[in-house]
Design a protein around this ligand. Structure first.
Ligand SMILES: Nc1ncnc2c1ncn2[C@@H]1O[C@H](COP(=O)(O)OP(=O)(O)OP(=O)(O)O)[C@@H](O)[C@H]1O
Length: 318
C-alpha cells in the first residue's frame, strides 16, 4: 500500500474549547489511484491534507494516529528529514485557493527555481528544461515562464501550480479544491488534465472537493467525510449512484443541476452532537441508538459504511 492513514485524530484548541476536526480517520491509497475526499465545508478535508504533509499549526494539534508512506510513519519522522526527503519529493500539495499562493512579484520560472533550489537542485538549465516539459504537459506555452502571476487567468495559474507540484516527480499529489474557484468549462479542462497526469506519470492523486459531481469524472475511490469522520468509503461510481450512508445520500441529492454544483453550507456550530452519530440531528432515519453511541464501520458490498442501518441489514441477512 502506498499511503495508509491510521486512527488519525486532530483538534484545534481554542481558549475555552477543543474543536475535534478529525476523529479516528482510516483509509488507504493504492499506488496510481485517484481518490476523492468529499464532504461539506468544515468536515475536515483541509485538516486531513495538512496532517499528511505535517502542516498543522497551532492552535491545531495531531492527537493520535499514523500516516504511513510505504510503511514509514511520516508523523514520527524527524521534521527536518520530512522536509528534505518527503515534502515535494514524495508528496506535494496544491493548497486551497492556491491561485493566490503564487508570489505576485516573482516570474513563474522563479517559482520553479525556488522550489528546486530548496531541494538542492542547483542546475538552472535543468530546472528550466523540466519546467518547460511540465508546462507542456499542463497545456501552457513556455512563454508563461517569463510572465508574472497577474498576467495569467485563474485557470492558467492553477495549471502552473499543478505543474510546479510535479517538479520533483512526487509519488503523491494532494490537491485541495483545485477547481472550485474556476468556471465550469475550465473546471472540466483541469479535471481532464489531472486524469492525464495520472495516466502518463502514474502519479497518485488525492483530490479534495466539496463537489461530489466532479468526483465521478476522475476518481476510482471516494472517501466521504462529515464532521471530521469518514462516513463511507467505496468505489466512486457505486458511492455516487447508490449511496449507502444517509449523509452521502443527502450529498448526492443536493446536486441541483447537471452542471454539478452542490449547495454547500457550513456545518453550524452546535449542530454536531457530543454523543452518538454526528449526523443524527440531520438524518431522516435516526434511531434511538444513533443518539447514544457512534456507529462503527460496517462492511457492505465491498464498501465501508459508518451507520447502524447496515448493522440491521447484516443481521437480517443472517
Ligand atoms: N486554524 C483553525 N483554528 C480553529 N479551528 C479550525 C482551524 N482550522 C480549521 N478549524 C476547524 O476545524 C474543522 C475542520 O475544518 P477544515 O478546514 O479542515 O474543513 P474543510 O472540510 O476543509 O472545510 P472547507 O471546505 O471550508 O475548507 C472546522 O470546524 C473548522 O472550523
Amino acid at each position: 500500500m502506498l499511503l495508509e492513514v491510521k486512527n488519525l485524530s486532530v483538534s484545534y484548541f481554542l481558549e475555552d474549547k477543543e474543536i475535534p476536526a478529525l476523529r479516528d480517520i482510516n483509509f488507504d491509497v493504492e499506488k496510481g489511484e485517484i481518490i476523492s475526499i468529499i464532504g461539506e465545508s468544515g468536515s475536515g478535508k483541509t485538516t486531513l491534507a495538512k496532517s499528511i504533509i505535517r502542516q498543522i499549526k497551532k492552535p491545531g494539534k495531531i492527537i493520535s494516529g499514523k500516516v504511513l508512506l510505504e510503511g514509514n510513519d511520516l508523523l514520527a519522522m524527524d521534521y527536518s528529514k520530512f522536509k528534505r526527503d518527503i515534502l515535494w519529493k514524495e508528496i506535494s500539495y496544491v493548497p486551497q485557493a492556491s491561485q493566490n499562493s503564487l508570489n505576485g512579484v516573482m516570474r513563474i520560472i522563479d517559482h520553479f527555481y525556488d522550489t528546486a533550489l530548496s531541494h538542492n537542485w542547483k542546475n538552472k538549465e535543468e530546472v528550466n528544461k523540466k519546467a518547460k516539459e511540465l508546462l507542456k504537459m499542463v497545456a501552457l506555452d513556455e512563454k508563461v515562464l517569463k510572465m508574472y502571476p497577474h498576467e495569467l487567468s485563474g485557470g492558467m495559474k492553477q495549471r502552473v501550480l499543478i505543474a510546479l507540484s510535479l517538479l520533483l516527480t512526487p509519488k503523491i499529489v494532494i490537491m485541495d479544491e483545485p477547481v472550485s474557484a474556476l468556471d465550469v468549462v475550465t473546471q472540466r479542462r483541469i479535471i481532464d488534465l489531472i486524469v492525464n497526469i495520472n495516466k502518463e506519470l502514474g502519479t497518485t492523486i488525492l483530490f479534495i472537493t466539496h463537489d461530489i459531481a466532479l468526483t465521478k469524472y476522475l476518481s476510482t475511490k471516494t472517501v466521504v467525510m462529515y464532521a471530521g469522520r469518514v462516513m463511507e468509503i467505496g468505489n466512486t461510481y457505486e458511492v455516487i449512484f447508490k449511496p449507502y450512508h444517509p449523509y452521502t445520500q443527502a450529498l448526492v441529492n443536493s446536486i441541483p443541476s447537471i452542471h454539478g454544483e452542490i449547495s454547500v453550507r457550513s456545518i453550524k456550530e452546535g449542530e454536531i452532537p457530543l454523543h452518538g452519530c454526528p449526523f443524527y440531528p440531520r438524518c431522516p432515519y435516526t434511531m434511538e441508538e444513533c443518539k447514544v453511541k457512534e456507529p462503527d464501520f460496517y462492511h457492505v458490498d465491498g464498501r465501508e459504511v459508518r451507520c447502524f442501518m447496515y448493522d440491521k441489514v447484516r443481521k437480517s441477512n443472517g
